[in-house]
Ligand binder design. Sequence first.
Ligand code: PHE
Length: 457
Amino acid sequence: MAERETWATRAGFILAAIGSAVGLGNIWRFPFQTAENGGAAFLVVYLVAVLLIGIPALLAEFVIGRRANINAIEAFSKLNRPQWAFIGALGVVGSFWTLSYYSVVGGWVIRFIYATGTGAAFAAPGEYFGTVASGTGAVALHALFMLLTIVIVAFGIERGIELATRLMVPSIVVLLVGLAVYTVTLPGAAGGYDFFLTPDFGAIVANAGTVIPAATGQALFSLSVGFSVMITYASYLGADDNLGADGLTIAVSNAFVGVLAGLVVLPLLFVGGIVPGTESFPAGGGAGAVFIALPTALADLPGPLGQVVGVVFFGTVLIAALSSSISLLEAVVSYLVDNYELPRAPTALGLGSVIFVLGIPSALSLGWLDWFDGIAVTLFLPFAVLLVVLFVGWVMGQEAVDEIRQGTGGVGSLPVVWLWALRTVVLLGIVVVVALNLNDLFLTPNSGYYIVPGPLR
Ligand code: PHE
């Protein structure tokens, strides 16, 4: 059997994992979730969820991946517990599913680089988004985005994913910082900072049933856990990496970029006169929020400034989206390459094509896109995380502690604290989230998380 690939460097792994975490989740999904769920209150619950559930779960996936050194499905046999392989499979299906609509949004991003660059999106942003979000053009750009993803994955771990993310991640941070600084100078931005940064704790308590699962789902989605992606990435690691330190670096960087993106997008919403909770906010879910708000805000800027900022913004988003979409595809490709010794490039192309087809409904209607996203983030994801936590906490137990100690050079009892956190607080937290989601999904009519697609727009 051919030798399995590995990351060339530790920094390469960290950047690839940050690249996976930082994506449309931070820049497209986070702002409208924040806007729909009470602003700063959502941010607080999100950060708590990252700390309490996200980071421990991320480490749990790392432990599975590195100990097994094989794809997420085979990993469980490698750890002598083949009866648990369905966890890895659930994650891989989640990746497959998620990439299908993620790529449609990626296609929009490509469109908006062009549409802000030429100014085409500026005259009537809302209508423009409505026209281009669904239809044959959207299908074509979805195909283009998938193709870019396929090409990078086809080049493999070191020459494809590692190389690409090494360039991409620093660019994302530099560009976003630049945009955030620029946003401060715009008139009307203040309302956005206020909305984003001044929590109304009463609102959290009053809407706990929806804010908590939404914020936790967002936190987990943003960290790329639950879809076997982090298991897969960690499987290309050597034994001498410090998983705890790497995990913290990744999670902190991701939250930092999330907040940074919020500091760009939410003030820009206000600059463009789009105020969450009022008529001005795009109706029927916020999938269009960023795409409508940005051009609205940019249209008023003098001269070509709006065009330039638009291209920089959507260019940044495209890079972030690609560095995530490659991880989703890799989780699926890795299984076929490891297990059936299929050649990487054709496998990436074949799988990418099937995922493209699965994404066509989302490219034809916003209702379907919303539905795919809802199922991914409220059904697949928390469930998969629940199982991972259960597995690592209660099935692997001491073995997980041994694994996470490797390469740390001694961190006292921290690994044991982590294990007991997984077994108790984290497990309980995620059980509550799953229960709230199921309640919303099946018992609450018109809740927004519907089991069948909503009115297809
Ligand atoms: N974390 C990515 C984002 O925020 C999405 C993602 C989820 C990627 C799960 C891989 C796995 O956009």
